[in-house]
Design a protein around this ligand. Structure first.
Ligand code: SAH
Length: 255
């Protein structure tokens, strides 16, 4: 074997270590794609404001590892390895610069991934990244979740609907749960306000056809606490009334 084949790559080493710690080992090829993603992110960020986090170490921990930390929890609930099942349909709502969707796809390449965002400049960045990283089975959609969730193409179509940092929880569940197929899951990444938000959203989760199967602190390597994960199973169809239009999920969340 040549040295090139045996040596660990000298980039994304924090990500490599952290990913191993959470049980999501990444190959040299996968790490190289994360490195390319980082380069695209900081290059585009000079022209368009995509993220406030651009430091090399911070992106590895607060974006990449944070996104990946939900994967073992989801895989365990589904009874699957962390590479998941090929063709599992997952949509990331309000994905922004691609979080958590793109890291999940890089770790579990068989995923059938949809990235959704309301903002055109995010969509153009995501299209560029998908091409640069040579991602397949990926769909990039510009639109608002509360509108797309009323259409046949999106309603009850996904095995997993995920989101990070998009809206307060009682609003967010009205965006997400309509798109989950019966028996599927919503995987929600939340910050330090999660316990209070969860109490306020319990009624909405139930009304929308959800049942909480997990709500727990999320351990992210090299990140100091304040992270939570919520996993909701869709146990009943969402009533036709939801998601409501006219900004109601945001202005008057279900209570
Ligand atoms: N999930 C990313 C981005 C968070 S910023 C991350 O964790 O880094 C929130 C993003 O959600 C923005 O890009 C915004 O355009 C998008 N967004 C907010 N409300 C939305 C809605 N109702 N439908 C679709 N996208 C939405």
């Amino acid at each position: 074997m040549t040295q090139a084949e045996t040596a660990a790559p000298d980039f994304m080493s924090t990500l490599a270590t952290g990913a191993r710690m959470i049980g999501v080992p990444l190959s040299a090829d996968q790490l190289a794609r994360f490195e390319r993603y980082y380069q695209e992110l900081v290059t585009w960020n000079r022209k368009f404001n995509l993220t406030a986090i651009t430091d090399y170490e911070d992106v590895q921990t607060k974006h990449f590892l944070d996104s990946l930390a939900g994967l073992p929890i989801l895989a365990e609930e589904l009874g699957l390895p962390v590479t998941l099942r090929p063709e599992l349909r997952l949509v990331d709502v309000g994905t922004g610069a691609g979080f958590p969707g793109i890291p999940l796809k890089l770790a579990a390449p068989g995923l059938n991934l949809t990235l959704m965002d309301g903002t055109g400049k995010k969509i153009r960045f995501l299209e560029q990244v998908a091409a640069a990283l040579d991602l397949d089975d990926i769909t990039i959609v510009q639109g608002r979740a509360e509108e797309l969730g009323r259409t046949e193409a999106f309603r009850a179509q996904y095995d997993v609907v995920t989101a990070r940092a998009v809206a307060p929880l009682s609003t967010l569940v009205e965006y997400l749960l309509p798109m989950v197929r019966p028996g599927g899951f919503s995987l929600i990444y939340k910050g330090p306000g999660a316990p209070q938000e969860f109490l306020a959203a319990r009624k909405a989760i139930q009304v929308l056809g959800g049942d909480t199967v997990r709500f727990a602190p999320l351990e992210v390597p090299f990140v100091e606490g304040g992270r939570f994960i919520l996993l909701v199973k869709k146990v009943r169809a969402t009533p036709d009334l939801y998601p409501r239009g006219q900004g109601l999920p945001r202005r008057q969340p279900i209570d």
